[in-house]
Design a protein around this ligand. Structure first.
Ligand SMILES: NCc1[nH]cc(CCC(=O)O)c1CC(=O)O
Length: 319
């Protein structure tokens, strides 16, 4: 094996740099090769206005993928939840490392928990999924909250709370962990309250589909269970024909009896952002042993959710 540095394409944001840095270290460890970070500036990074117009995080992923396809970098790390469900033929998902905490969390003023927020509290999030589920919970439990649409990176969002503009913001635990700000969380939301985005908490390591040596080397970092779980979650998302900013929550986990793994459960939730209508279902089956079995589990749940009217609740998908 050669000693030439592997080039890891990354965005410059704090979260992207943290994720890429952590994966770079793991790749050095398993391959014994040096890894060099190559910063890719995306259109969305340059202009906030542009991002609003193009819509969503797809622009970030696209720029990294273009650099991979052009051979400017050897591999890239994405937050799996930001990755479109369609896999381009030129690229391979070489590894899905062990997922960390998939939960959403609250960063609130005065160390408040979600259910202790005062009447009329304003909670910031840019995610229709989080709005839908927080508002549905609030309606069911007579909480009087108002969800407020915000944008921006993690630092910007927490600043809304520190500046007193909002009472709380909702973020992913995994992102805060990776940038070293997990201590600022005031409440970890149970997945029974807010089902995370498909793939939340997991990373995707991508490289060129024709680079078999690199796929094999990066494959050392793959966690087969995380991979089947996120495959089932993303299959549900795809079968609902929903985009990555649609109000869809999904989480696959293992049902165990003592130490013995019995089955995999896949939960899904869709709802209108005002929380008035939701479809929330789960299905349980044998733990998928193949990609195709994991895909089938997601499709199966999607079919049941669509039969209960899920399609009619997703009007607010990405512009
Ligand atoms: N949409 C932005 C984004 N993409 C991935 C994460 C966090 C890391 C993860 O979920 O894996 C975040 C921030 C957030 O939702 O708080």
């Amino acid at each position: 094996m050669t000693d030439k540095a592997l080039r890891l394409g990354t965005r410059r944001s704090k979260l992207a740099m943290a994720q890429s840095g952590q994966v770079a270290e793991a790749v050095r460890r398993v391959t014994g090769r040096p890894v060099e970070l190559v910063e890719i500036t995306t259109y969305g990074d340059v202009s906030r206005e542009a991002l609003a117009q193009i819509g969503g995080t797809g622009v970030f992923v696209t720029a990294l993928r273009d650099a991979l396809v052009r051979g400017e970098v050897d591999f890239a790390v994405h937050s799996l939840k930001d990755l479109p469900t369609a896999q381009p033929a030129e690229l391979a998902l070489a590894a899905v490392p062990v997922r960390e905490d998939p939960r959403d969390v609250i960063v609130a003023r005065d160390a408040l928990k979600f259910t202790d927020l005062p009447r009329g509290a304003r909670i910031g999030t840019g995610s229709p999924r989080r709005m839908a589920q927080l508002n549905a919970y609030a309606r069911a439990h007579a909480l009087d909250i108002e969800t407020v649409a915000i944008r921006g990176n993690v630092d910007t969002r927490i600043r809304y709370v520190r500046d007193g503009e909002l009472d709380a913001v909702v973020l992913a635990a995994a992102g805060l962990n990776r940038i070293g700000r997990i201590d600022e969380v005031t409440d970890f939301l149970s997945v029974d309250t807010v089902l995370p985005a498909p793939g939340q908490g997991a990373l995707a390591i991508e490289c060129a589909a024709d680079n078999a040596d690199l796929i094999a080397a990066l494959g050392e970092l793959d966690d087969p269970f995380t991979r089947v779980a996120v495959t089932a979650e993303r299959s549900l998302l795809a079968a609902l024909e929903a985009g990555c900013s649609a109000p869809v929550g999904a989480l696959a986990d293992l049902l165990t009896d003592g130490q013995i793994v019995k089955e995999m459960r896949l939960r899904g939730a869709v709802g209108t952002t005002d929380g008035t209508r939701t479809v929330q279902l789960s299905t349980t089956g044998s733990v998928p042993q193949t990609h195709e079995q994991a895909m089938a589990l997601g499709r199966e749940l999607a079919t049941e959710m669509l039969a209960q009217g899920a399609a009619g609740l997703m009007g607010e998908r990405a512009q």
